[in-house]
Design a protein around this ligand. Structure first.
Ligand code: ARG
Length: 280
């Protein structure tokens, strides 16, 4: 009788890099307006439950050894918990946000102000509409930038000029995946995971060319905001409902860290949305 090996073919050893994140406790969280298809003001949301889930996300980051700073929430800005939208911070420089909808407009200056006072004096107040890391995802050699629903292509050029990093435009076509970070996340500095159905044919071809080794997610994982995940090179903090993608990531040598952010998903957000990375 032949004994079959029980171990998988060897996967590369992944290593984590310590990160610095900025988060905002969802004390004033609510769904009072609808600016994406996930939001239903009639159904509302429970701020207490949102805070409890968010506390667990914060604890997960700290348990992984990451540094987390906090910005004070502001009453009347129910989406301010989604810190990723507040700016794009690369190489110690901060490209500020300019929100698409008036409901969130005041968040841009609030995040810019915090950054200026907390070690990032070099903040550019943008001329063009952009929602920070919601639509800008930073890898080692390139910044991927979404457009189609929120961030203007002119902001991609503005960010490239300010940060001195090549910015590659990707077009989003499905309103459920209105920010790039709902459809794609970096797996460390040189690879990504994404849901192809969220992108235009041309952008899909760009992604295939840039990332032939990408982890491909399916619609079921995308539909629970499984792509709104945060990877430190090894650990992937990800919505627990994204069971298929969690298995695939494990097969690729990553360590999934499942979290429950179901209350925040009622506003269209997940782990990444709650997390702005501060890159020195
Ligand atoms: N309700 C917020 C909006 O529609 C959710 C933002 C989620 N943030 C993100 N980075 N995808 O603007």
């Amino acid at each position: 009788m032949t004994v079959m090996p029980t171990t998988e073919p060897s996967t590369p050893r992944r290593s984590a890099v310590r990160r610095h994140y900025l988060m905002c406790r969802p004390e004033h969280f609510a769904v009072t307006y609808a600016i994406n298809p996930w939001m239903d003001p009639a159904a509302g949301a429970d701020a207490g439950r949102a805070v409890a889930q968010w506390e667990a996300l914060l604890a997960a980051y700290r348990a992984l050894g990451h540094e987390v700073s906090l910005i004070d929430p502001i009453e009347g800005l129910p989406d301010m918990v989604f810190a990723a939208n507040g700016a794009l911070v690369v190489g110690g420089r901060a490209y500020g946000a300019k929100f698409t909808f008036p409901e969130r407009a005041a968040e841009g200056p609030a995040y810019a102000d915090w950054l200026r006072k907390n070690g990032f004096p070099d903040v550019l107040l943008p001329e063009h509409t952009n929602e920070g890391e919601g639509d800008f995802l930073t890898l080692d050699h390139v910044i991927l930038a979404g457009t189609g629903f929120r961030t203007d292509i002119a902001a991609h050029q503005e960010a490239q000029e300010f940060l001195g990093r090549p910015v590659v435009t990707l077009r989003l076509i499905d309103p459920r995946f209105y920010h790039l970070d709902t459809a794609l996340f970096p797996l460390g500095g040189s690879n990504v995971a994404y849901f192809p159905g969220a992108f235009s044919p041309g952008s899909r071809a760009v992604l295939e060319r840039l990332f032939p080794e990408a982890v491909i997610a399916d619609e079921a994982d995308a539909a629970v905001l499984g792509l709104n995940a945060v990877c430190d090179g090894r650990n992937v903090v990800i919505n627990a409902e994204a069971t298929g993608l969690i298995g695939t990531l494990r097969d690729h040598g990553y360590e999934p860290v499942p979290v429950d952010l179901s209350e925040l998903r009622k506003a269209g957000g997940g782990p990444k949305c709650c997390t702005l990375e501060l890159r020195p």
